[in-house]
Structure formats: structure tokens, C-alpha cells
Design a protein around this ligand. Structure first.
Ligand SMILES: Nc1ncnc2c1ncn2[C@@H]1O[C@H](COP(=O)(O)OP(=O)(O)OP(=O)(O)O)[C@@H](O)[C@H]1O
Ligand SMILES: [Mg+2]
Length: 243
């Protein structure tokens, strides 16, 4: 079923140094969609991604992935997720293929295999060049490849098009469609590039000062409200009533 939730977050809160940076947050990511997560710098997007991927634990509330609690069933959750969060860290002296091989070994999966995954992100033929000598965009492409190579059910991508050139952005957009339509994945991503989110997302969530304040389909914004995503977003940011 397309619309059943694959990620479900309830009353989530996260405190750092006695300050709540995420609070009272609920999120529902429907299966088989691209969910675009929007919010200003420091709003709490990466923090929520880190909770979902088990990198940090929630202070309050719950996050479920495929019905499994991210803190209680961490192993099961990790197997079903591929992620790219903040700047990807690699073994700098190893090649792209070697980095991907290590990841596949770690995940115990054959997945797409390194050659196919590198082709899918436009890094074919980069040979044995060590990752330490990659450009910013090449690192980003490799980070995306590492996120999906083991064929997870869910991709969590924090600003995945950062540093990509315009053709790279178009190619990655097509790649996301392939991953969803042919391989049954669901994609949760954040981006500050609203025009890109408008292109690729089916649903958006907006977080303001640590609280997810809106979740809405792009269709609703476009057809029912007859506005662009940018206008919708700026209205929420300025405290406007949009629902
Ligand atoms: N480890 C940490 N210790 C203390 N504060 C933290 C920590 N990680 C994040 N924060 C704070 O939590 C808040 C939310 O940060 P977060 O990285 O989730 O924002 P973001 O929405 O991803 O922003 P951006 O768009 O800039 O990436 C910020 O105020 C940040 O300073
Ligand atoms: Mg962030």
C-alpha cells in the first residue's frame, strides 16, 4: 500500500545541554514517497534525522521505522535505512569502489554492487583515485551511492544535492525516481533549495524552532492553495496562517 506510514514520529523531543532543540514533534512519512523536510538553519532537521538513524537517542517521544522503535529495535531499523547525514566521512586513502565494498561488507549485503552504484551516481570510470582527492560534488555523489547501494527500504538524505552541478541535480532527481519506482524505496530528504523540493517531493514537512508545524502534500499546495512552495514556506516562517 502506498500511503501506509513507513516512518512515524510521535511527540519527539531532544534536549542538548538543558535546551530543547526539538520538541512536540510529530511526523508521518508515507511509504513510497519523497518527503521533503524544510526548515531554517538550526531548526532541528539534522537532529531528527540523527534520531531516526539511531545516531542519537530521543529525550522524549518515539520514532518508529517500519513499525520498529528506533531505540529498542536499533539493529532492525539500521538494516532498513541508508543515510547521508551532514558531510559524508570516507576512508580518504581508499578508492570509491573500495569505500563502497567496505560498506557492503559491513551491511552484509550484495545490493546493487559497486560498479552499478557508481554508474547510477555518474561516478563511472573514476578508477582508483583516492577519495581524499575527490571534489565536493564527487564526494556528495559517493555519499548518495553509499546510502542506497545496499538496497535499503528507506533513504534519509540530509541536503543531498549540496555541491552538485545542475546536470548532477537533474540526474539525482531521476535516480530518486528509479529508486522509488523500480526498487520500492521511500526517500526522506532535507534541502534549502525550495525549487528542487517542489520538483521532487510528494509531501513536505516544515519544522520551526524545533517543532514540526505542518505536513502537507505538494498537490494540496499547488492545486488547492494555488501557490508556489516558496510562498507557502515564507508564509509559515513569518507566522502566517496557512491551513
Ligand atoms: N551535539 C549538539 N550539542 C548541542 N547543540 C546541538 C548539537 N547538535 C545540534 N545542536 C543544536 O540543535 C539545533 C538544531 O540543529 P540541527 O543541526 O538539527 O539544525 P538543522 O535544521 O539541521 O539546520 P541546518 O539547516 O543549518 O542544517 C541548533 O540550535 C544546534 O546548535
Ligand atoms: Mg542540518
Amino acid at each position: 500500500m502506498k500511503n501506509e506510514p513507513i516512518i512515524l514520529i510521535k511527540n519527539l523531543a531532544k534536549k542538548f545541554d538543558n535546551t530543547f532543540v526539538v520538541k512536540d514533534s510529530n511526523m508521518t512519512v508515507p511509504k513510497g514517497c519523497v518527503y521533503g523536510f524544510l526548515g531554517a538553519n538550526g531548526a532541528g532537521k539534522t537532529t531528527i534525522f540523527k534520531v531516526i538513524t539511531g545516531l542519537i537517542s530521543p529525550t522524549n517521544g518515539t520514532a518508529e521505522v517500519l513499525g520498529f522503535d528506533v531505540t529498542k529495535d536499533r539493529e532492525k531499523v539500521l538494516q532498513s535505512i541508508g543515510s547521508l547525514i551532514e558531510a559524508p566521512v570516507f576512508y580518504e586513502h581508499l578508492s570509491a569502489s573500495e569505500n563502497l565494498e567496505l560498506h557492503l561488507d559491513y551491511m552484509g549485503a550484495e545490493g546493487f554492487g559497486t560498479k552499478t552504484a557508481l554508474d547510477m551516481v555518474g561516478l563511472n570510470g573514476i578508477g582508483s583515485k583516492p577519495v581524499g582527492k575527490f571534489s565536493l560534488g564527487m564526494r556528495q555523489r559517493l555519499g548518495i551511492a553509499r546510502a542506497f547501494i545496499h538496497k535499503p527500504k528507506i533513504l534519509i538524505l540530509d541536503e543531498p544535492i549540496n555541491g552538485l552541478d545542475p546536470i548532477g541535480i537533474r540526474d539525482i532527481r531521476n535516480l530518486f525516481l528509479t529508486l522509488i519506482q523500480k526498487h520500492g524505496m521511500t526517500i526522506l530528504l532535507s534541502s534549502h533549495i525550495l525549487s528542487e523540493i517542489e520538483h521532487i517531493a510528494d509531501v513536505v514537512g516544515v519544522i520551526v524552532n524545533g517543532t514540526v508545524v505542518q505536513e502537507i502534500s505538494l498537490e494540496q499546495i499547488k492545486d488547492k492553495m494555488d501557490i508556489r512552495l516558496e510562498e507557502y514556506f515564507f508564509n509559515i516562517m513569518s507566522g502566517g496562517n496557512i491551513s
